[in-house]
Ligand binder design. Structure first.
Ligand SMILES: [Zn+2]
Length: 78
């Protein structure tokens, strides 16, 4: 069931909050009603995003953090 994790490193879970898509720490998948900290340091309550909310722009500090994590993960894999 979790075989895909061997191929791909999850660096962040993306969830819209306040009109911006933020990255959440990848330690566990978010579920609705859960309080989570974003990569840029906000605390948000996970909701059930609407189609429109998914179109929100990506939070830049979160994106930079996720990119850094991805690069660090691929360096470890080498
Ligand atoms: Zn953010």
């Amino acid at each position: 069931m979790f075989g895909f994790l061997q191929q791909q490193v999850v660096v962040a879970y993306w969830r819209p909050f306040d009109g911006v898509r933020h990255g959440l720490h990848p330690d566990q998948p978010p579920y609705p009603g859960q309080e989570r900290e974003t990569l840029c340091g906000l605390t948000m309550t996970v909701g059930i995003p609407t189609e429109v909310e998914w179109l929100a722009p990506t939070c830049e500090p979160c994106w930079d953090d996720a990119r850094f994590r991805r690069d660090a993960a691929s360096r470890r894999a080498d």
